[in-house]
Design a protein. Structure first.
Length: 367
């Protein structure tokens, strides 16, 4: 009833699953990781009842090792602090697990494996493969616009609008909208529209690598699964109707402006220093060739930035939350960006002047 494994082999999946383990558990066993041995590998499972994450590691030797659960944090901390080339021996002794490495010995309390909760196996109606790096980029382009503890709970996540050959990903908190798309994916089914919770999106961004490896995505009515060579990630979905995001994207544009992305980012960063800490409001004055950025705060401090721009439209002033603008400008990758809007009270569309797979809408502030 023991197994032997290299420290590095065990540490990687332990670090991987650590983000799913809840810090404040309603059930003590949710602080544990489930260890199972199958076909020469050990499978490590963590869950918070909404997300289930399974990592794998190759083992050196095994002798009748039964499934057990042990504290995920303590096991991770022990592995992290042991020498890099350590060989670990995990031995089961009744309701404890002994971990030995060299002259070190640790006795850890275990809980029964049959009490460890698992996400019920759902039926997946859509399955496809895509590039791992592309999927990470897709999520990284929109995650910041998701709601946080919004009473409209369907905004506390990201919409996946899946169609044959293309997948759109959308996030909005009511103040801004982020849209990104990935194409050239092999979707056999008719598609789906599902909402993945905020924590699940953030975990996937952390887990995925920028590689050309193919991953498998499976979508059902209640579950969303991502499978790579290193892990299997399963999340429950938000069961709700997402608003029609296309209505938030300005149509029949009357005013357009083009600015250097990096210059705008630097100017916004400087001006926002003297904006109100509570509202982060700044004012942008646009005319034919100049953008004037103004900020002030209750301490009667002021900031003013001037920069060149190419603007076609009526001279106007628009107020924004500086943090929202900086998120958008940072997400766009082109050298120049285009703004488009109809009037100062409506949403402003931000996009690359080159062909891109992302666009953003930011709602103005009123001072």
């Amino acid at each position: 009833m023991k197994l032997a494994i290299q420290r590095a082999a065990l540490l990687k999946p332990l670090q991987m699953i650590s983000g799913v383990v809840e810090k404040r558990q309603t059930m003590p066993i949710l602080a544990n990781v489930l260890l199972k041995v199958k076909e020469g590998k050990v499978y490590l499972t963590a869950t918070d009842l909404e997300i289930e994450l399974i990592g794998t590691a190759s083992i050196e030797d095994v002798a009748d090792f039964r499934p057990i659960t042990v504290s995920a944090r303590k096991l991770l901390d022990i592995c992290r602090t042991l020498p890099e080339d350590s060989l670990l021996q995990l031995v089961q002794e009744q309701d404890h697990m002994v971990l030995r490495s060299g002259r070190s010995r640790f006795l850890l309390t275990t809980l029964p494996a049959d009490e460890f909760p698992s996400i019920e196996e759902g039926v997946f109606t859509s399955e496809f493969t895509l590039n791992e790096g592309k999927f990470k980029k897709l999520l990284s382009k929109i995650y910041f616009a998701m709601g946080q503890q919004d009473v409209r709970y369907y905004l506390n996540g990201a919409l996946f609008d899946i169609n044959p050959g293309v997948m759109n990903c959308v996030a909005t908190d009511g103040h801004r909208l982020a849209w990104s798309s990935v194409s050239d994916i092999n979707i056999q089914s008719t598609g789906a529209k599902v909402i993945l919770p905020r924590k699940s999106v953030l975990e996937l961004i952390r887990l995925l690598d920028v590689t050309d490896e193919l991953i498998t995505v499976s979508v059902g009515d209640n579950h969303f699964r991502v499978q790579t060579a290193d892990f299997v990630f399963t999340s429950k979905l938000i069961n709700a109707q997402y608003p029609d995001y296309t209505k938030l994207i300005p149509k029949q544009i009357e005013n357009t402006a083009i600015t250097c992305r990096e210059a705008l980012k630097q100017a916004l960063t400087r001006a926002s220093i003297l904006s109100s800490e509570k509202f982060r409001g700044i004012r942008l004055q646009l005319n034919s060739d100049t953008l004037r950025i103004l900020a002030n705060n209750p301490e009667q401090e002021e900031a003013e930035e001037m920069m060149q721009m190419d603007y076609k439209g009526n001279q106007t002033e628009i107020g924004f939350n500086a943090a929202y603008l900086l998120d958008v400008v940072s997400a766009l990758a082109s050298e120049d960006i285009r703004w488009s809007f109809n009037d100062p009270n409506g949403g402003v569309l931000f996009e690359s002047i080159e062909k891109d797979d992302s666009l953003y809408v930011v709602m103005p502030m009123r001072f």
